[in-house]
Ligand binder design. Structure first.
Ligand code: ZN
Length: 308
């Protein structure tokens, strides 16, 4: 099961319908919680996902709307009797704030702190890149390794069956048959998370070839001046990011309260520049499945895949 559970979609100020940030990515056995703002614990109850599901927490930066929910969530996990290790990733520059938030949480959780101070792989398949905000900020990419899909008719034509299939996969060739002859590339799935930032190279690197790209879209195109001043993306810039990166599905979030119910306007502005990527303006408690794997190469869209 791979899906994004949207817990909150508001930037600085929550509204009646939008909680502060919070996103739980369910990725096979992992539950990765991104940027838990205030109220995340209760949003998880509304969404029907137990806090015990969380295996890893990733903070992009330590502005309150991205981390003030941390003590509540950690304390809840202790209450629920979570005993396995929980990993917390965050920018090293936010160490004092993170330590303060952890210090007021109920003790007893096996919490492993993983600060990062530069680009790289911070856990298996989990990569960070610096973004461009008012304080040190990093975006995240969860990338599954590329693999190959076996073609049964070619396998049987080559006379390979049973345990030989596994041998061919491990060794690459078997009795003159190459793995490449009986399979096609299967690009690993990619989930990218780009929060508070001005347009920048780090955002482009994270978004490259993403199947699902979550991007902040704090301002409308008309408010590009504010976006520049506060180092955020406009909806159109989020759309352009998806287009440049060849992302397949773009999820907009982190909306300024000034737009109230006008968020569909932001989705239209993003779609106008998304280069064919599907665009969703996220709502609180929405669940978004990862699109099916691409077939063939990373630049090939899945045939018949609908956008809109
Ligand atoms: Zn923010």
């Amino acid at each position: 099961m791979r899906e994004l559970v949207v817990l909150g979609t508001a930037s600085q100020v929550p509204t009646r319908t939008r909680n502060h940030n919070g996103y739980l990515l369910r990725w096979d056995g992992e539950g990765v919680l991104f940027d838990p703002g205030e109220g995340t614990q209760r949003q998880m109850i509304h969404a029907g996902v137990p806090a015990a599901r969380i295996t890893r927490i990733c903070l992009t930066h330590v502005h309150g709307d991205h981390c003030y929910g941390l003590p509540g969530v950690l304390s809840r996990m202790v209450l629920d009797g979570v005993t396995r290790p929980v990993h917390l990733h965050y920018p090293a520059a936010g160490e004092d704030v993170v330590r303060a938030l952890v210090s007021v949480s109920t003790p007893g959780l096996d919490l492993r702190l993983h600060p990062h101070g530069g680009p790289g792989e911070v856990a298996e398949g989990l990569h960070v890149r610096p973004l461009k905000h008012r304080i040190e900020t990093y975006g995240y990419l969860l990338a599954e390794p590329d693999g190959r899909t076996l073609l049964p008719e070619r396998l049987s034509a080559a006379g390979i069956a049973g345990p030989d299939v596994g041998r061919l996969q491990r060794e690459g060739t078997l009795a003159g048959v190459r793995l490449a002859d009986v399979s096609i590339p299967r690009p690993g799935q990619r989930f990218a998370f780009v929060m508070d930032t001005a347009p920048c190279e780090g955002a482009e690197e994270l978004a490259e070839g993403a199947d699902l790209l979550v991007a902040e879209s704090t301002f409308s195109d008309e408010d590009a001046g504010l976006a520049r001043e506060y180092r955020h993306l406009t909806a159109g810039q989020a759309g352009a990011l998806a287009a440049t990166a060849g992302a397949r599905e773009l999820v907009l979030t982190h909306f300024s309260a000034r737009y109230g119910d006008d968020v569909p306007v932001l989705a239209r502005q993003a779609l106008a520049r998304s280069g064919g990527a599907g665009v969703t303006a996220a709502a609180d408690l929405q669940r978004i499945r990862l699109p099916q794997r691409r077939q063939g190469g990373r630049n090939n869209q899945v045939p018949g895949h609908a956008h809109g």
